[in-house]
Write a protein that binds this ligand. Sequence first.
Ligand SMILES: NC(=O)c1ccc[n+]([C@@H]2O[C@H](COP(=O)([O-])OP(=O)(O)OC[C@H]3O[C@@H](n4cnc5c(N)ncnc54)[C@H](O)[C@@H]3O)[C@@H](O)[C@H]2O)c1
Length: 255
Amino acid sequence: MRLAGKSIIVTGAGRGIGAGIARRFGAEGALVACADLDGDAAGRTARAIADAGGQAVASRVDVGAADDARRLTAATVAAFGGVDAIVNVAGIGGLAAFLDLDEADLTRVMRVNVMGTFLCAQAAAREMAARGGGRIVNVSSISGQRAGWGRTAYGTSKAAVIQLTRQMAMELAPHNITANAIAPGPVDTALTRADHTPETRAAYNAMVPLGRYGTIDEMADAAVFLAGDDSTYITGHVLNVDGGYMAAGIRFDDL
Ligand SMILES: NC(=O)c1ccc[n+]([C@@H]2O[C@H](COP(=O)([O-])OP(=O)(O)OC[C@H]3O[C@@H](n4cnc5c(N)ncnc54)[C@H](O)[C@@H]3O)[C@@H](O)[C@H]2O)c1
């Protein structure tokens, strides 16, 4: 088991990528603190981990609320004796043309994706620093690196997550804390089922060299690598888990 005995917080653990990462961590021997705005859903993930023989606790957390972020770290310390890693997965999306984007919608997305990542990582990092080290993994997106229609709020927030990650990597290195980002390409989850029209799906499948959406399991593979002991000299890195999307230019499928 690659994460045996490690105490790891996963935000957004109620469903989708976060739930998949939390369950994989449990199977890899981690002590998993499942956090989500939907406390019942976080509880279901924790129960699934326990049913599979792992250890987990769950809490209802709004990552954008400073008190909740602090409470999450404190509860994890109370349950498992410390925090070895945090994976910030909680995020929200949405689409709006730049010319139509409402400032309240921009604020809402920035609050969860940027402020939430900042607050939860800062609270966990204070604990990690006091105990001699740890790992931070932030989930960004290909949308934080390339523009897409309607992605002003989401893409800008995910670009900020990348810069937050680099900032953390530099400032937390003296505390033996690494910070890296995972930038998924399109992944088949409830979020993309709501946001991606059939046309969007077809466009992504054509633009991704591997020709398909990624799976939640493939995101969990990257999270285990960056949260565990196989990545000790990697920090400040953005790991694109995107089927080659960020690498590709024009393609001729008939050649
Ligand atoms: N699905 C994709 O294709 C894709 C691609 C790139 C990046 N991502 C990112 O991966 C992450 C997970 O995506 P997903 O598709 O699994 O999404 P999802 O909508 O299925 O799950 C997101 C989870 O975050 C929780 N959440 C939302 N706001 C929260 C808050 N304020 N506090 C705590 N929890 C909150 C939700 O309750 C939900 O359980 C997001 O950050 C998303 O931006 C997803």
